[in-house]
Design a protein around this ligand. Structure first.
Ligand SMILES: [Zn+2]
Length: 618
């Protein structure tokens, strides 16, 4: 694998990318992530679930991967009636405990179950590593060990305190909350975290944590006695040895519209920690103010960009002759700027103002210029030389996908439109894949925007119905049926387009990735990678590919087989659909609004593909 950050032109930009991409090229060891094969215990310790508004036994059963019948048995219920606030015992996914046998030591149990000694200590709070025969030891964190709780609609502070065994006062102190006012999507910190510790949150990947703290993955694993790459939400990772130089704080430059709470949340800190680090008393901050923060997982901390005078990611945009970019808070835009400033409701839309053919002509001109700009950047590696990736931004055109209400840092409603956000993630993914040598095509393009920033994050993307299929022949027909829309016909077009793009690609090197943001209250909040499966067929090659992406996607991400139109009969060698976020959960909708986190999602996907390709050829 050759790495280089070459060339004089565009050097500033490239330096930025190289600096933040190079560590991702480190060889990613695929140590077997064996399931915890503890002795089979038939009484997995129950977790407590506090019933929320709108939940039923069946949604709760789905959430915990169990059945309504089991829930009834465990809770001695006869019917389906449950009450808001009621505490239910729910089964964990089993085998999370082990009973200490004669002759066992922490070290032996650690070896037998592949659980680091540090984690055993953390979970079981053992005194001088003393354990006794018959003792039940936890092998994995439960939700009680997690460091954050994300508020869902209808939850109260007292409920959250109760379900995590904390007092209301502790919770208020830690999170700088005076009264009881909390809002959906807000991360409530559940404990204080020492400076030299990073507590894994949902979605955190080992490689990102290592990079954020300036370590190699191997060094991080060694420091924490990890053998595989599997980490769990709630697991404490040491990021430096005691006595080492303290890890320097990162700096965040406050932007207009920022709130202290959201800055803390973005950097995985409690408000108390953020205040203490910066000797702040109240909540007043001003644009331009510099705050000491924990490093942002993922790449683009704009403060670093500012200090290094590097060109930020969202300036990676072409100048088209005679079409000046229109600078807007949620832009830039090109031929035409949206009518509304932000998405103001769940039904607002801007219908196309032109026919498909002329919309396509503009989109194609913009795309060509963008492609050229990206190709002028050179390469970070040639890992993906000869590979061809078709990226399929979910929905678009007349079909927006999910539109959900979220809440900003002040508790005001904001709206997130699936297709607009995943298009942005797709473009970021496009650039990164190209920088590693891949051939990349998008199934959809837009006439008026490319990668967009949103500063502040409350400047949401508007639902515009102007994306077109990336196909001259479809748009030449110039009919209303030429617009992308939902349904079998629209999905078939995406597959057909992929087949056209792949026409001259060598078999074995064709990857198809459809990007979506799920809105599924019954599914877990983690990232999901879906492959094709129906009653008769299971696409095993894609399933293996999907599984290989998980370590890069981070703690809690999952793989699932599903009968999906865009994957059925897909011409690629491996075809998956990634639910980048599940916007049914408030935190996930919140996260999509931040370009830093969209960038992080794009990086995770590319890192996963790089690892998979590297693993196959290495
Ligand atoms: Zn979707």
């Amino acid at each position: 694998m050759s790495l280089h950050c070459p060339g004089p032109a565009g050097v500033l930009w490239r330096r930025a990318r190289c600096r933040f991409l190079l560590p991702t090229l480190a060889v990613f060891a695929f140590a077997a992530t064996t399931a915890l094969d503890a002795q089979s215990q038939d009484d997995p310790d129950p977790r407590i679930h506090v019933v929320r508004r709108g939940e039923s036994l069946s949604t709760i059963a789905q959430r915990y991967h169990t059945t309504v019948r089991t829930l009834r048995e465990w809770n001695e219920l006869s019917g389906n009636r449950i009450l808001i606030g009621q505490e239910l015992r729910v089964p964990t996914d089993g085998r999370e405990y082990v009973i200490v046998r004669r002759g066992d030591t922490l070290a032996k149990i650690s070896r037998r179950h592949g659980v680091p000694v540090d984690l055993l200590r953390q979970l079981n709070r053992t005194h001088r590593d003393r354990i006794y025969v018959g003792q039940k030891l936890k092998l994995r964190p439960s939700h009680r060990d997690e460091v954050v709780h994300v508020v869902e609609r209808g939850q109260t502070l007292i409920e959250i305190a109760k379900s995590h065994g904390l007092s209301l006062a502790e919770l208020r102190e830690l999170n700088g909350i005076r009264g009881d006012r909390i809002y959906p999507g807000q991360s409530i910190r559940l404990r204080e975290v020492a400076q030299e510790i990073h507590v894994v949150e949902r979605g955190d990947a080992l490689w990102e944590i290592a990079r954020a703290y300036g370590m190699s993955v191997d060094a991080l694993k060694k420091l924490n006695g990890l053998r595989g790459n599997r980490i769990y939400p709630g697991q404490e990772l040491r990021i430096r040895r005691s006595g080492d130089h303290p890890t320097p704080d990162a700096v965040y430059v406050v932007r207009r519209g920022d709130t202290l709470g959201e800055i803390a949340q973005l950097h995985q800190m409690s408000l108390a920690e953020l205040r203490r680090k910066n000797s702040l008393r109240g909540n007043v901050i001003h644009p331009g103010q510099q705050l000491k923060v924990r490093p942002l997982l993922g790449g683009t901390d704009r403060s670093e960009i500012a200090t290094l005078e590097e060109v930020p990611w969202n300036d990676l945009l072409p100048r088209i002759d005679a079409v000046p970019a229109i600078a807007l808070e949620n832009g830039p835009y090109y031929y035409r700027h949206p009518t509304a400033k932000v998405q103001s409701s769940d039904h607002y839309l801007e219908a196309p103002t032109r026919r498909p053919a002329s919309t396509y002509a503009r989109a194609e001109a913009l795309w060509k210029a963008f492609e050229k700009r990206v190709e002028s950047l050179g390469y970070l590696s040639h890992t993906l030389d000869g590979w061809h990736v078709v990226l399929d931004p979910g929905h678009g055109g007349l079909d927006p996908g999910a539109i959900v209400e979220s809440v900003d840092g002040n508790g005001n409603p904001t709206y997130v439109v699936e297709d607009e956000y995943v298009f942005d993630v797709a473009l970021r993914t496009y650039v990164l894949l190209k920088l590693h040598g891949a051939d990349v095509d998008l199934t959809l393009i837009s006439p008026n925007h490319l990668i967009r920033g949103n500063e502040p994050a409350t400047a949401t993307f508007v639902h515009e119905q102007n994306e077109v299929f990336h196909s001259g022949s479809i748009n030449r027909q110039n009919r209303s049926s030429s617009w992308p829309r939902g349904g079998p016909q629209g999905l078939k077009r995406r597959r057909d387009l992929a087949a056209t793009f792949f026409r001259s690609t060598a078999p074995g090197r064709r990857i198809f990735v459809s990007l979506h943001a799920d809105n599924a209250p019954a599914a877990p909040e983690a990232k999901s990678v879906l492959f094709y499966q129906d009653r008769r067929r299971r696409d095993r090659a894609s399933e293996r590919f999907a599984k290989a992406l998980l370590p890069a996607l981070g703690a809690g991400s999952r793989v699932r087989g599903q009968n999906l139109g865009v994957l059925r009969g897909n011409p690629a060698d491996v075809a998956v659909l990634i639910e980048v976020r599940n916007v049914a959960y408030q935190y996930e909708a919140w996260a999509l609004r931040f370009e830093q986190l969209r960038q992080r999602d794009a990086e995770k996907i590319v890192k996963g593909i790089l690892d998979w390709v590297g693993h196959r050829s290495g």
